[in-house]
Each structure stands twice: as C-alpha cells, then as structure tokens.
Design a binder for this molecule. Structure first.
Ligand SMILES: CC(C)(COP(=O)(O)OP(=O)(O)OC[C@H]1O[C@@H](n2cnc3c(N)ncnc32)[C@H](O)[C@@H]1OP(=O)(O)O)[C@@H](O)C(=O)NCCC(=O)NCCS
Length: 190
C-alpha cells in the first residue's frame, strides 16, 4: 500500500522518472553523502533512475516504501519506511539542500509516521530510527517526532557498502517508538 499522502504544504508521492535530476543534484550534497550510507558516491542521473525503478518494485512488493516530498512541483526530499518486517519498519530521510530549514522534513515524517501507525493505513506497531553517531540534525528531528531514550550503539550501523571491500560498521544512535508513544507525544492521549 503506497498511496499519495496529501498535506497543506506538500504531497508525499511515489518517485517518478522526472525526479531523477533533483535526486541527482541532492545526492551530490556532502551532508547526504556523510550521513546516508545507502546513497552511493559519484551519483549520476543513471544512479537516480535505477533507484527510482527499485523503489517502484520495492513499493509493489511492500519491502520498502519511498515517498518524494513534492512541494508545488519541487522535490524537497524523500522519506522512507525500509527494513519492513511485519508491523515494524525503520525510518529513512533526506532533504534537498535548497529545501532545508523550513520544517518540511519534520512535517513530512509526521505525515508518513501517522500513516504507518494508523490502523486504516499500515497499522504498524513500532518504528525505528537509526543515525550515524554525531548526526545532530537527524537526532533533533527524531526527538521532535517523539523518539526518546536514544541509545548509543557501538558499531551499530552499516558503513557505506562500496567504501571498502570488507563491510564496515559505524557507531550509531538508535531509538524505537511504539504507536502508543506516538499517540501520547502527538495527541496527548493515554
Ligand atoms: C536531517 C535533515 C533531513 C533535516 O532537514 P531540515 O530541512 O533541516 O529539517 P526541518 O526544517 O524539518 O527541521 C530540522 C530541525 O533540526 C534543527 N537542525 C538543523 N540542523 C541541525 C544541526 N546540525 N544540529 C541540531 N539541530 C539541527 C533545525 O533547527 C530544526 O529544528 P527546529 O524546528 O526546532 O528549529 C537534513 O539536515 C538532511 O537532509 N541531512 C542530510 C541527510 C540526513 O542526515 N538524513 C538522516 C539520516 S539518519
């Protein structure tokens, strides 16, 4: 289930081929390359086109759901639910450098998380957030969304797969939020 999710300032929608140039431009950004290990180095439009078709296949299979943040026709970033396993998934996100600092990413994550927890949406029980240790912007966003009890996990996340022949591990911050915690944080119900 991968519907468009409509908010006041943007629509979350599956990626399209026409997003390739905006994704390619965003994926030159040093911050995205530093903190998002799934984003390959030397990113080209072909990388973006392959990624877009992978996201379509994954969306159909329900293994990963990727939404583009379409703000009046401009791709402001992406938000994802990946490592979907039963009623659990991990969050992923990045903002296009030109669209940062407007609260769009936090709001887009709120919309996606609402859909993930909604019994009429995906009906998930819990969501995970993992960031490379030191990614203060990501941590700030996670805390605003309601993730708490953030743990430090030594070697807690995978490094960039193409950076070395042997798999690398990096220190991480990680937290989990249940549906109940989300409701308490965002709707003040008990
Ligand atoms: C993390 C990221 C998506 C945030 O995008 P953004 O457009 O700044 O997000 P928003 O505008 O919704 O809000 C960001 C909040 O974090 C704060 N913030 C931004 N940079 C920060 C930093 N370096 N340290 C601490 N807080 C920071 C902002 O002040 C804002 O908080 P506020 O609303 O309380 O003022 C963006 O920096 C990014 O794309 N980074 C590279 C990719 C990445 O790290 N993805 C996450 C991987 S786990």
């Amino acid at each position: 289930m991968h519907p468009d999710l409509i908010a006041e300032r943007f629509t979350l929608r599956p990626l399209r081929e026409a997003d390739a140039s905006a994704i390619t431009a965003a994926c030159q950004d040093p911050e995205i390359l530093k903190w998002c290990m799934g984003v390959p180095l030397n990113y080209t439009e072909e990388t973006a086109r392959n990624y877009i078709s992978l996201t379509r296949a994954a969306g159909e299979q329900g293994t990963e759901l990727v939404w583009g943040i379409d703000a009046s026709g401009k791709l402001a970033g992406i938000v994802t639910l990946h490592e979907i396993e039963g009623p659990f998934a991990e969050l992923g996100f990045w903002a296009h450098p030109e669209s940062r600092g407007q609260g769009l990413l936090t709001e887009a994550l709120r919309v996606m998380i609402g859909f993930a927890f909604d019994p009429q949406g995906l009906g998930f029980d819990a969501l995970g957030w993992t960031a490379i240790y030191g990614n203060d912007a990501s941590r700030h966003v996670a805390e605003k969304l309601g993730f708490s009890d953030i743990e430090f996990v030594e070697n807690g996340t995978a490094g960039r797969p193409d950076a070395a022949s042997a798999p690398t591990r990096l220190d991480a911050w990680r937290a989990t939020m249940t549906r109940q915690q989300w409701l308490e944080k965002n709707f003040r119900v008990s």
